[in-house]
Design a protein around this ligand. Structure first.
Ligand SMILES: [Zn+2]
Length: 147
């Protein structure tokens, strides 16, 4: 079972859903979240923080090390913010925060074709999906780059 966890950013204007693979880590490991509007308030510390475009996740690295070392037998030095994110133990649930909403909006137009022209709908939806992933990679979203 994977828990879905939502956290509001420091300024309170935005939130993001997190994926905590296998529940190895608890929600407390995500110490702070900075959205594009408040990330300039954060003094970026690569030892505890991970930046993804204009978002910053700050981890409680002591807690994260304690949990990963005891549950996964990892070497403490191997546990870095990038590892917590890339391994899926504490990363975005979506490709980036707000992706689901963007998808709904972008797809509305294509969905209209579903009834009128099903063949074209399938072509459009598949090329839209490919183009979307390419765009996320070009934008530099960490999960898209790793996909
Ligand atoms: Zn914010």
């Amino acid at each position: 079972m994977c828990l879905e966890i939502r956290k509001t950013c420091k300024c309170g204007k935005n939130d993001a859903q997190f994926h905590m693979r296998d529940n190895v880590l608890s929600q407390k490991v995500i110490a702070e979240l900075y959205c594009p509007e408040c990330s300039n308030q954060a003094e970026f510390n690569p030892d505890t923080m991970l930046g993804d475009n204009d978002w910053i996740i700050e981890y409680d690295m002591d807690l994260a090390r304690f949990m990963t070392v005891s549950k996964l037998m990892l070497e403490p030095e191997a546990v870095r913010p990038g590892y917590l994110f890339d391994s899926g133990y504490a990363c975005w649930l979506e490709m980036y925060p707000g992706e689901k909403q963007d998808i709904l909006e972008e797809r509305t137009e294509i969905m209209g074709l579903q009834k009128t022209d099903p063949t074209r709908y399938l072509q459009e939806i598949s090329s839209w999906n490919i183009a979307r992933i390419e765009r996320l990679k070009a934008d530099g979203w960490r999960k898209a780059m790793a996909a």
